[in-house]
Design a binder for this molecule. Structure first.
Ligand code: BGC
Length: 922
C-alpha cells in the first residue's frame, strides 16, 4: 500500500499558513477492495511532539483536523502519518507545514505609502544587512500591498507569483504572501516592493472608474531572519523606507504597461524620497495569509504564424486564446523602425473576416504594452508586471516585418490550481471542445472567477461562476480558489441587499438576483460534494442562509418570488428578437423560483450535515412550499408549462420539480420544442447547463448527443469549426461569414457555455458522486451516438477514478479504476444489474448490436455539403429528381434534411433512408 499526495489544507508542504490545518491523504494498493481501517497522525516541532492523534479506528482520510496544542507563529511543524488497511498492510509518510503570522499582532512593519498620489508605479526599498559573524539559517519575507506588487531583492523578482496580493474585498481582507528568501539575502541586500495600481487604484469596469478602493497605493512587509544560533532579526516597513521611480512608466490592468528602460532614472522620484505612513482610515480590516493558489505562468506558447494582414499590420498568432502576457526578448535595435526606439504590442482574440487584426470587442481596454529600450537591453527578456490581457494574436508596431517571431512568447497565466479531470473521445471536434472548456477556465480563474479576460470588465460575475462551478471542479481542484472567493462573497453580502452580482463588488448598491446570487449556496454545496469538505459548508452556512432568507423577505408574505430584478436565462436565443432582450424567452420568475427552491433545499441539506436540525426543519418546510407553489403557478393539471421553452422544461426536469404524468408531458414538450427548432438549442446561460442532463435522464440521450455533435449554429461545435480555442460568450459571437456580434458585449473567452463539461463527465463518461468527495460514486456511461470511444480520468481527493468505454465492432468494453477507500456502483451499458465495486481495476467485454458510428452525413448536414461528393450527389439526384437543380435549388442547398422537415414533416423517413445510403456510399 502506498500513502501519497498528503496535503495540509489542500496544499503540499505549505509555508505561511495561519489556520488550524487539516490533513488529507490518498492511498494506492495492489489489492482489490482496499479501505483504510485506521490512521495515526503525529505532529512535532523541533523534535518535540505537539500532537498525536493516537491510532484512530476509522476510514477518514480527508480533512483530519489538527487537535494539538496551540500552534506558534513562524514555526516549522513535522507531520508523520501512518495508515493501516483492511488487509493488514501499513503505510507511512511524512510532510510538514510552516505557520505564518498566525495573528495580526505579530506584524512588525506598518503600511507605507507616498506623500502625494502618483500616477505611475513606485518602488519602496530598504537596505537589509545580515549580522556579521552569524550564520543564516532561514529568512522569510511577509509582504502585501494595496495595489499589486512584486517583491525584489537586489532587483531580482522573488517567487513565481504574479499580481500579488491578488484581488479580495480590499476594505475587508487583504492577503499577505510568504517568501522563502534564505538563499537570496546577501550580507547587504536591497529589499524592494514595486507597487502598481492594479485592481486597487486602477481602472475597473470601464474607463471611467478608477480609485475604487483608494487613491494611493501602499505596501507592507516584514523581514524575519533566523540565525543558526537561534537569534532572530525582524524588521518591517516604516517611514525610513525610500521611494523611487522605476522603468515602469504606467501600468493598468485594462490598458497595459509602458516600460522605458532608457530613462536616466534618478534614484528617487521628484517628490519626497521618504515613504510616509498610511493613514489608519485606509487600512484594510484584516491582513490574512494567502488563501488560494497564486497566479502563475503555467504554459508558454511560441508564435505559430506570422501574418502580414491586408491592412499591412504585423500580427503574430500564438494558436491559443488565453489570459496572460507576452514575453519579449528585446530584438536588435536595427530591427526597430520608428524614430523612438520602441515596440508597441496590442492584443486581440481574433482576426476579422478580411484577415485584419481585430480587438474592437475590448471596448475601452487598450491592452497595449510598450517597450522602449537601448543597446544595452538588447537580448534581455522583458514582460509587463502589473497588467494582463486576454489574447491569441498580437499586433506589433515599431519593428521591421522581417523580425523573427522567436522574440515573442505568449505566457498563459491563471490561478495555479491542480489539474483534476482529463477526457478524450473518438471525436476530434469534441476533444477540441473539451480543450476549449479547459482554456475558458484557465483564462478566467484569475485569482477570482472573472467573466472574461480581455474587455474592460474582467469582473467576478457571480452567476457565471455559479453556472460553471461543477465543470470547473471536474477540470481542476478548485477547493482553495473558491473557498477564498466565497469568503469575499460572504463579506460583501448583507441582509439589506442580499448577495452581490459581482464579487469583489465594484458596483455598490446593486441588489441580489437569481442565478448570480445563488453562487452563495450552490458553489459551497458543489465544493462539499466534490471534495468532501464539510468545513466549507460550516464556513459559508450563515451566508447560504442569508441568501434564502433574503429572498424569503422579498416575497413579502407570498411563497414565490415574483418581484424584483431578474436576468433570466441570460443571452438565450428564444426571446422576441425585436425586443433585443438579453434575458431570453423563459419566464424570468420561473427561473428565479426554481433556483429559490434549489437554494433552499441546499440550505436544508447543509443544516442536516452541520447538525442544525431546527434549521433543517424550517428550510425543509419552505422548500416543500416553494416546490408546490411552482407547480401551482407554472404547470397546468395536464402538464402544460406556462413558459414552454427548452430552459423551462430542462429546469423542472433536472431539479425534480415534476413527477408522474406531468413529467411525461414536459418531456414531450421538450422534445417537441427541440424538433420545432430543428433539434438545435435555444438556451442561454442557465438552460444550457441543464438541458443535456434533462434529456439524458429522461430517455432522450440521443437527442442530447445530437445537440452536442451539431456542427451548425447554434451549438458548441459550431464555434469549434469556426476555429474557436476557447468558449464564446454568445452562440453567435462570430457569424458564419466571419463577422462579429456587434452588441458591444462580445467576448470570445467566456466560460459559461462550457458548463456542458459537467454533462460530458457525468453522462458521457458517466462519473457522478453519490456522496461527498466521491467516497461513493456511480459509473454510468451513456452510449453516445458519434462517440465510439470515451476515456475520462478524474483526480478526486481519494485518488484517480478512471472510466474507459469503447463500443464498436459489435463489442462493448468498459475499463474502470476505483480508488482505495471508495465504492463505485457500475451500471454497464445495456446491462440490467448494477455492480458494486470496491477499489481496484476492472475490465468488462461483451457483445452488442449497437453501432455508434455517426455517418459522415446526418439529418443536420446541409445539402450543399452533401453534393460536394459526386457519389452522394448521384444518390440525391436519383432519390429527389430535379430538387437540387430546380428553381429552389439555391434555397434547398442551404438547408439540411432536418430543416426541410419544417416544410414537410412527412419526408422524415425518406430523408433518413437517403442519409443511410449516402453514409454507405462513402
Ligand atoms: C458579463 C456576464 C455577466 C453579465 C451580467 C456581462 O457583461 O460579461 O458574463 O454575467 O454581464 O448580466
Amino acid at each position: 500500500m502506498r500513502l501519497y499526495d498528503v496535503t495540509v489544507e489542500y496544499q503540499k508542504e505549505p509555508i505561511g499558513i495561519d489556520v488550524c490545518p487539516r490533513f488529507s491523504w490518498k492511498l494506492e494498493s495492489q489489492e482489490e477492495n482496499t479501505y483504510q481501517k485506521s490512521y495515526e497522525i503525529s505532529v512535532a516541532k523541533e523534535g518535540k511532539s505537539v500532537w498525536s492523534s493516537g491510532r484512530v479506528e476509522n476510514g477518514q482520510s480527508l480533512f483530519v483536523t489538527y487537535e494539538g496544542s496551540a500552534l506558534e507563529a513562524f514555526s516549522h511543524y513535522d507531520v508523520n502519518i501512518c495508515v493501516w488497511d483492511n488487509h493488514g498492510n501499513a503505510a507511512e509518510t511524512t510532510t510538514f507545514f510552516e505557520t505564518g503570522l498566525m495573528s495580526e499582532d505579530n506584524w512588525e512593519g506598518v503600511w507605507i505609502t507616498t506623500k502625494e498620489e502618483l500616477p505611475a508605479v513606485k518602488t519602496f526599498s530598504k537596505e537589509v544587512c545580515l549580522q556579521k559573524g552569524k550564520k543564516l539559517r532561514q529568512a522569510r519575507i511577509y509582504a502585501s500591498a494595496l495595489g499589486v506588487y512584486d517583491l525584489e531583492i537586489d532587483g531580482k523578482k522573488m517567487g513565481d507569483a504574479y499580481l500579488a496580493p491578488g484581488w479580495t474585498s480590499y476594505g475587508n481582507r487583504v492577503q499577505y504572501q510568504t517568501y522563502d528568501v534564505t538563499d537570496e539575502l546577501q550580507e547587504k541586500s536591497l529589499v524592494s516592493l514595486v507597487v502598481g495600481n492594479g485592481w486597487y487604484a486602477g481602472y475597473l469596469n470601464g474607463e471611467g472608474e478608477h480609485h475604487l478602493y483608494g487613491k494611493k497605493t501602499a505596501c507592507i512587509a516584514m523581514i524575519r531572519i533566523t540565525y543558526e544560533d537561534g537569534s532572530v532579526d525582524v524588521m518591517g516597513t516604516d517611514a525610513s523606507w525610500l521611494v523611487s521611480e522605476n522603468a515602469i512608466r504606467s501600468s493598468e490592468i485594462y490598458m497595459g504597461e509602458t516600460l522605458d528602460l532608457t530613462l536616466p532614472l534618478s534614484d528617487h522620484y521628484a517628490g519626497d524620497t521618504q515613504a510616509v505612513l498610511l493613514e489608519r482610515s485606509a487600512f484594510p480590516k484584516r491582513l490574512i495569509s494567502q488563501e488560494a493558489e497564486p497566479i502563475r505562468i503555467t504554459k508558454r506558447f511560441p508564435v505559430v504564424q506570422k501574418i502580414l494582414t491586408p491592412k499591412g499590420e504585423l500580427v503574430f498568432d500564438f494558436g491559443q486564446n488565453m489570459a496572460g502576457l507576452v514575453e519579449v526578448e528585446l530584438p536588435p535595435l536595427s530591427l526597430l523602425t520608428g524614430a523612438k526606439k520602441e515596440i508597441r504590442i496590442t492584443h486581440g482574440e481574433a482576426l476579422d473576416k478580411d484577415g485584419n487584426f481585430y480587438n474592437e470587442n475590448y471596448r475601452t481596454a487598450r491592452s497595449e504594452d510598450v517597450y522602449c529600450y537601448g543597446e544595452g537591453d538588447v537580448g534581455k527578456k522583458a514582460m509587463p508586471h502589473f497588467t494582463y490581457h486576454g489574447f491569441r494574436y498580437i499586433c506589433v508596431e515599431g519593428v521591421d516585418s522581417s523580425v523573427d517571431p522567436k522574440y515573442f512568447t505568449a505566457c498563459a497565466m491563471h490561478s495555479d490550481m491542480h489539474k483534476a479531470g482529463t477526457m478524450t473521445t473518438s471525436n476530434r471536434l469534441v476533444n477540441r471542445l473539451i480543450q476549449n472548456i479547459e482554456w475558458g477556465q484557465r483564462s478566467n480563474f484569475f485569482d477570482i472567477p472573472t467573466d472574461c479576460p480581455q474587455r474592460d470588465e474582467r469582473l467576478g460575475w457571480t452567476g457565471d461562476a455559479m453556472i460553471f462551478s461543477k465543470t470547473a471542479m471536474q477540470n481542476f481542484n478548485t477547493g482553495l480558489f473558491f473557498k477564498k472567493w466565497l469568503r469575499d462573497v460572504a463579506v460583501e453580502s448583507d441582509a439589506k441587499t442580499g448577495i452581490p452580482q459581482i464579487v469583489p463588488n465594484v458596483v455598490k448598491g446593486s441588489m441580489g438576483t437569481s442565478i448570480w446570487s445563488d453562487c452563495a449556496t450552490v458553489i459551497p454545496w458543489n465544493l462539499y460534494m466534490t471534495y468532501g469538505d464539510t468545513g466549507v459548508l460550516a464556513d459559508q452556512y450563515d451566508n447560504m442562509r442569508l441568501w434564502v432568507d433574503w429572498i424569503f423577505g422579498q416575497c413579502q408574505g407570498e411563497v414565490l418570488w415574483m418581484h424584483g430584478f431578474q436576468r433570466g436565462d441570460w443571452l438565450a436565443l428564444d426571446s422576441d428578437e425585436s425586443l433585443h432582450l438579453m434575458s431570453g424567452g423563459t419566464d424570468k420568475n420561473l427561473v428565479a423560483n426554481v433556483f429559490y427552491a434549489y437554494s433552499t433545499k441546499i440550505v436544508c441539506d447543509t443544516a442536516h450535515i452541520l447538525g442544525k436540525e431546527e434549521d433543517a426543519k424550517i428550510y425543509d418546510g419552505r422548500y416543500q412550499a416553494i416546490a408546490d407553489a411552482i407547480l401551482r403557478e407554472y404547470v397546468t393539471a395536464s402538464g402544460r408549462l406556462v413558459s414552454e421553452t427548452q430552459t423551462a422544461c430542462a429546469l423542472l426536469l433536472y431539479f425534480d420539480l415534476v413527477a408522474g404524468a406531468k413529467k411525461e408531458r414536459i418531456i414531450q414538450t421538450l422534445e417537441q420544442n427541440l424538433k420545432q427548432h430543428k433539434n438545435k438549442l435555444t438556451t442561454g446561460f442557465v438552460g444550457t447547463a441543464y438541458l443535456c442532463h434533462a434529456l439524458s435522464e429522461n430517455g432522450l440521450h440521443d437527442l442530447a448527443a445530437e445537440l452536442l455533435l451539431n456542427e451548425d449554429y447554434p451549438g458548441w461545435l459550431y464555434a469549434v469549426k469556426m476555429g474557436a480555442t476557447t468558449i464564446w460568450e454568445r452562440w453567435n459571437s462570430v457569424l458564419p461569414d466571419g463577422t462579429f456580434d456587434t452588441s458591444g458585449m462580445n467576448s470570445l473567452n467566456h466560460y459559461t457555455y462550457g458548463s456542458i463539461g459537467d454533462w460530458l463527465y457525468r453522462k458521457v463518461a458517466g462519473i457522478t458522486p453519490t456522496s461527498a468527495g466521491y467516497a461513493t460514486f456511480d459509473i454510468r456511461p451513456y452510449l453516445t451516438k458519434g462517440l465510439e470511444e470515451v476515456e475520462a480520468a478524474l483526480e478526486t481527493m481519494y485518488g484517480s477514478i478512471r472510466v474507459h468505454t469503447v463500443c464498436k465492432d459489435g463489442q462493448i468494453q468498459v475499463e474502470v479504476k476505483v480508488p482505495v477507500n471508495t465504492t463505485a456502483t457500475l451500471y454497464l451499458p445495456e446491462k440490467e444489474d448494477a455492480l458494486v465495486l470496491g477499489s481496484g481495476q476492472y475490465h468488462y467485454v461483451y457483445e452488442t448490436n449497437t453501432v455508434l458510428i455517426a455517418g459522415r452525413y446526418n439529418m443536420n448536414t446541409k445539402f450543399r455539403d452533401m453534393v460536394e461528393d459526386p457519389a452522394a450527389k448521384a444518390i440525391l439526384d436519383a432519390a429527389l429528381p430535379g430538387m437540387l437543380d430546380g428553381p429552389m435549388a439555391s434555397f434547398i442547398l442551404n438547408q439540411s434534411p432536418n430543416e426541410m422537415l419544417a416544410y414537410d414533416a412527412g419526408k422524415k423517413e425518406m430523408f433518413e433512408q437517403i442519409i443511410g445510403q449516402l453514409n454507405q456510399s462513402v
